[in-house]
Design a protein around this ligand. Structure first.
Ligand code: IMP
Ligand code: MG
Length: 195
């Protein structure tokens, strides 16, 4: 199959990673399986896939191409006001969906669920718009940190309670472009300067 193969070297980004938790191949294989399941379950339903900017971009882009039925996509962007307000579940919507979703079969595509507070806010918001159905596909699940139960129809991987980067996940907006999921070296993670 004619798939994108990332380069071996990512300059000094690679050097900042102490260990790789999920390789490019593992992620690709799991995303392929998720795409196959979604294609079976949503055949004839013309689902709307809703992704979350910015972290969800690699997952949405790869998942889309593993889905073999007609779909549409849309995006939302959110930000937490601060760590403290995020912990209370306060989320600010930076970009809403382009189209109404009433009567649509909506599949919410989330790259990572940690406490669950962000997605809980978004799901409540979407549910109020009366979709025909609303389910969640999450690639990474840090279930041990969950504060609010989030039913997952599709799940990629369980992750330990560690801060990880890559495949969309950032540390201070960097590392989203790494094609794998890894753990940062502690001196990088604990550095106080921005560069
Ligand atoms: P939640 O509201 O606690 O579920 O927060 C989820 C958000 O926290 C994600 O959308 C990410 O932006 C961020 N996040 C959680 N864990 C990690 C991580 O290990 N690395 C990078 N970002 C993370
Ligand atoms: Mg972030």
């Amino acid at each position: 199959m004619n798939r994108y193969h990332p380069p071996e070297k990512y300059g000094n980004l690679n050097d900042d990673v102490s260990s790789i938790l999920l390789s490019t191949e593992e992620i690709e294989q799991r995303v392929r399986e998720l795409g196959e399941s979604i294609s079976q379950d949503y055949a004839d339903l013309n689902p709307l896939l809703v992704g979350v900017l910015k972290g969800g971009v690699p997952f949405v882009a790869d998942l889309l191409r593993m889905i073999t039925i007609p779909i549409e996509i849309d995006f939302m962007a959110v930000s937490s006001y601060s760590k403290e307000t995020r912990d209370r579940g306060l989320v600010r919507m930076q970009k809403d969906l382009d189209e109404p979703i009433n009567g649509r079969h909506v599949l919410f595509i989330e790259h990572i669920i940690d406490t669950g507070l962000t997605i809980n806010y978004l799901l409540r918001n979407l549910k109020a718009r009366n979709p025909a159905s609303l389910k969640v596909c999450a690639l990474f699940d840090k279930s041990r940190r969950r504060l609010i139960d989030v039913p997952l129809a599709y799940k990629g991987f369980d992750l330990p309670d560690r801060f990880v980067v890559g495949y969309g996940l950032d540390f201070r907006e960097r590392y989203r472009n790494l094609p794998y999921v890894g753990i940062l070296k502690s001196e990088v993670f604990h550095a106080t300067n921005n560069d």
